[in-house]
Ligand binder design. Sequence first.
Ligand SMILES: C[S@@+](CC[C@H](N)C(=O)[O-])C[C@H]1O[C@@H](n2cnc3c(N)ncnc32)[C@H](O)[C@@H]1O
Length: 464
Amino acid sequence: MTFSNKKVTDSNTNEALSIQRSARQVAIQVMTSVLRQQGSLSTQLARHQQDVSSEHIPLLKELCFGVCRQYPLLNSIALHLLSHPFEEKDTDLYATLLLGLYQLGYMNTPDHAAVHETVEACRLLKKDWATKLMNAVLRRYQREADEIIEQLEAMPSVEYNHPKWLVKRFAKHWPEQFEQIIEAGNSHPPMCIRVNTSTVSRETYIENLTEKGIDATIGQASPSALYLRSAIKVTELPDFEKGFSSVQDESAQLAAHILAPQVGEKVLDACAAPGGKTGHLLEFAASHQNTEAILDLTAVELEPWRLEKIEANLERIGLMANLQCADASNLSAWWDGKAFDKILLDVPCSATGVIRRNPDIKISRKPADIDELSAIQKHIIEQVWQTLKPSGYLLYATCSLMPEENEQQIAAFLAAHDDAIEVPLNALNPDLKIEWGTAANHGRQLFPTLKGHDGFYYCLLKKK
Ligand SMILES: C[S@@+](CC[C@H](N)C(=O)[O-])C[C@H]1O[C@@H](n2cnc3c(N)ncnc32)[C@H](O)[C@@H]1O
């Protein structure tokens, strides 16, 4: 338990405190929405971060990501300290309390300042009635922190800092990898980039990074991956604006290397936003051919605002696709009837392999979501399969660790479709070394590793 390890540096000057106050007020708004299930942390941050000046955004993010990452522990402490939980209408006060506890436990804010600022935040919310309560609760926590944590540590959610239901499922499905999954889920993810090998080799790009004083190491699974020793702004990456590199986890990069799209083929990216893999499919094809022609790629995405992200990503790397805003499972809405040679199906999923990048999963994901998502995935694959040519390939992908969304989904699909067979993940790219992840009954499961790739699942199917 590292609760008392204060690690985020700030100072106690008046200026620093007023900066924190504005970042804290916005953090309260963001966390209130997340706790009310009004959208994901990344959506809420995107909506609210213009409310603080750019130099305060790192503090805003640290507060919100930090509270989500430590939520199972902070929530247990808060419930232990309060004689009655806050009512729904006072979720903003609950968010304020969690942020106060996070500052006391994990940030270098002096304790008296953390308590004072949290109490002041109640006034700014025009809930002066809560100031005494907030003060008493935080001061009690200051006095009794060690005993309280000792009492709570027996709870699995506190011991592992993940919701109890997820702890149970990880332990049941992946006993051998359990500790690794939990440790990665509580960690800060490394910054991994994808080198656009149609414009520059990975070897040259690492030299370009070194020249700028940026330390990087080569990813072992994806031939295009580099890990940066520490996170930097994307604008500091050499020729980022020209599309020479993109931020993308190493597991996610494997999709294009497995599907190995070639210019001349007709390819579908069925659930495409924000377009990380769309861009990589285009780059892959461009790096393996000698003509100016580009891949015939159709990218379908349900959400209009997310489709805009694909547009922006492709514009930066200077490549194009046929973008369709539609439900991929509603073929009449977007398909012209011409069958595809290859399909990437990166379905919506529980994202349980990428908790460290989306720590609000610890708050928002519920057990019932797994069945709901697996029903959606089943429907999408059933429909999209119809658009694949005979002898064509479909790569099914998720960033989930749940067998229901992965190998069990594929087992059920294979049982129901005589025209589908599973093929090895390097069937289309024999140069790709499959030394990553673990063979599942169908496909391959990657587990998140502390300094390496995220959790992911891939299975390659061929139409007979
Ligand atoms: C896992 S994300 C895809 C990530 C993307 N492939 C990438 O690498 O950047 C799943 C995406 O599918 C979209 N989606 C969900 N249901 C869909 C549907 N029925 N048809 C098309 N897109 C859908 C979601 O909005 C989300 O953007």
